[in-house]
Each structure stands twice: as C-alpha cells, then as structure tokens.
Design a protein around this ligand. Structure first.
Ligand SMILES: Nc1nc2c(ncn2[C@@H]2O[C@H](COP(=O)(O)OP(=O)(O)OP(=O)(O)O)[C@@H](O)[C@H]2O)c(=O)[nH]1
Length: 203
C-alpha cells in the first residue's frame, strides 16, 4: 500500500478495550481475532480501497490507542481527519462518557471532521440483553444533536461493520461532489435551499 494516495483520512477513537482494532480487522481482513487482548501502542495505519458506485475511494484508517496514557498521541492522529469513528462498548457506560470526551474535542478542534458514533460488541447483547449499559435512544438523541451517524456493530459477527465504513466513503463522495460543484461551477450556496440540489449531494 505504500505510496498509494489516500482519499479519506479516518481516525478510530475511543476508550481502551472498546474494540477499535477488532473493528478495523473485521473490515479490512474480514476476521475476528481471538486470544489474549493486546492493547494498541501509539497507533496503527491501514489503507483500504473500496467502491462507491463507479468510484474508487481509498480510506486511510488510523487506529489509535485507547489508553489515556496515549491521549496526546491520539490528538496527533486525528488532525486533518475527514472522518472519526468514535467507539464505545455497548456493555460499558464509562466508555460512552469517554466517547463524548472525544466528540467534544473534535467539535472544538477539527471542524471538517465528520463524526460516526459506533457502539461495539452488539453480539454480547444478543446473548443477553441485560448486558446493555448504553441506551440506544439516549445515544440517538445525542447523535442527532451533534449531527453524527450512529451504528451498533459487532466485529465478532460482522454486524453493520461494512455498512459503517461504506457510509464513511459515501459521505466523502457526497462532500467531494458538492465541493466540485460549488468550486468549479461557481454554484451559489444559497441553492442548498433547493430540495433537488440538496438531495443530490446528501444521501
Ligand atoms: N464479543 C465481542 N468482543 C469484542 C468485539 N470487539 C472486540 N472485542 C474484544 O474486546 C477486546 C478489546 O478489543 P480491541 O479491538 O483490542 O480493543 P481496542 O479498542 O482496539 O483497544 P486499545 O488498543 O487498548 O485501544 C478484545 O478481547 C476483543 O476480542 C465484538 O464485537 N464482540
């Protein structure tokens, strides 16, 4: 992958152990690694080429370390990111508090970064619904407030993992198309009020 152009810088953020690395593993290699948990040190990078309609998009994914010890380093990795997948563990309420911390930072410091909230380990809820510690509707309200997309995923079963990354790529294409239309063709931004113009750029 070295030397390949990356279209979208994506950063994975969230408390340690929420399953960021597992999410990337499932998406990129379609596998779920079992065995002892190994925390990420610093950050890891992987690029993935994908299709959106007839377009090809290369996602450059930075998987950051969730440990607070590496907090300063994570800030370096989210700089310039176009998308942030902010993860929390559906069975751990403190991980959602940590997710809100990252959302606040991104909203203050990375205006151009689109936020995707991701509740992880949904398979554990299928086994036993009482394990849920983060209410879906509360998060949906929060997501609506901050204009974020919300996904609940399982890296173990693969549930909604492809959909999440596909949405990131689709949103990138929408924004890029919108920018080309406004910059190259001198489209008046006031036209956004026109429903046709708006719907062609926002799915
Ligand atoms: N049941 C279940 N377990 C998961 C899932 N995703 C991750 N895990 C487990 O949760 C633990 C932590 O997963 P990681 O992917 O290493 O977590 P992380 O967020 O990258 O952790 P840091 O690198 O410390 O930030 C591991 O034991 C995984 O096997 C999931 O979807 N379902």
């Amino acid at each position: 992958m070295s030397g390949q152009r990356v279209d979208v810088k994506v950063v994975m953020l969230g408390k340690e152990y929420v399953g960021k690395t597992s999410l990337v593993e499932r998406y990129v290699h379609d596998r779920f690694l079992v065995g002892p948990y190994q925390n990420t040190i610093g950050a890891a990078f992987v690029a993935k080429v994908m299709s959106v309609g007839d377009r090809t998009v290369t996602l450059g994914i930075w998987d950051t370390a969730g440990s607070e010890r590496y907090e300063a380093m994570s800030r370096i990795y989210y700089r310039g990111a176009k998308a942030a997948i902010v993860c929390y563990d559906l069975t751990d309420s403190s991980s959602f508090e940590r997710a809100k911390f990252w959302v606040k930072e991104l909203r203050n410091l990375e205006e151009g970064c689109k936020i995707y909230l991701c509740g992880t380990k949904s398979d554990l809820l299928e086994e036993d619904r009482r394990r849920r510690r983060v209410d879906f509707h509360d998060v949906q309200d929060y997501a609506d407030n901050i204009k974020a997309q919300l996904f609940e995923t399982s890296s173990k079963t693969g549930q909604s993992v492809d959909e999440l990354f596909q949405k990131v790529a689709e949103d990138y294409i929408s924004v890029a198309t919108f920018q080309v239309m406004t910059e190259d063709k001198g489209v008046d931004l006031g036209q956004k009020a026109n429903p046709y113009f708006y719907s062609c750029c926002h799915h």
